[in-house]
Design a protein. Sequence first.
Length: 233
Amino acid sequence: MTTIASRLHSVHDRMAAACQAASRAPVQVKLLAVSKTFGPESVREAWSAGQTAFGENYIQEGVEKIQVLRGAAPPGATGPLVWHCIGPIQSNKTRLVAEYFDWVQSVDRLKIAQRLSEQRPASLAPLQVCIQVNVDGGPNKSGIVPEEALTLAHQVAALPGLRLRGLMCIPEPAADFEAACAVFARARALFDALNTQGFEVDTLSMGMSADLEAAIHAGSTMVRVGSAIFGAR
């Protein structure tokens, strides 16, 4: 078993244990491998170990990997690659996101959503979208304020070429497990509110290498893990 494969196994064990502690089924939480700054060979190694969903923070870097890795899956792969854009998006990069990625989790304003909608090729499936929410008001974090998330959700859901799937958040590091759970619970409440409003969203993307247990406890359906899979950057 390779190093990346071994680390993937360990992450899945952590996720399963967290689900058990939260009385949740492991199938309720998906793993997104965050491959920023790691080359195509690292992605291919994880792909060979059964991981298919990958997240990229830097759009140009992600596009280059997508281009390199197009084609036949390696031995051990369980399906095609699915690419998530999880970093900030500038207006001049929306076309790349619309043309190359399957998901975008970092939509936090209408202008970006409109450009993604206009630039999504008709030949591709709708771009799967999560709205990024700055759930704890972190001064260095992207994301819409929670009070405006519902309005943006209505706007995104109305755009052609996009499909609203849920919310994403990256809160500031918390002091302990309880504090992290409390912050993640705010995102879960907003997620539940969207469903109450009839959006039928299914993705609550929160939790990373250091805090995935708290995120799963609070209701995360997707954890974004980088260093615990690929190693320190």
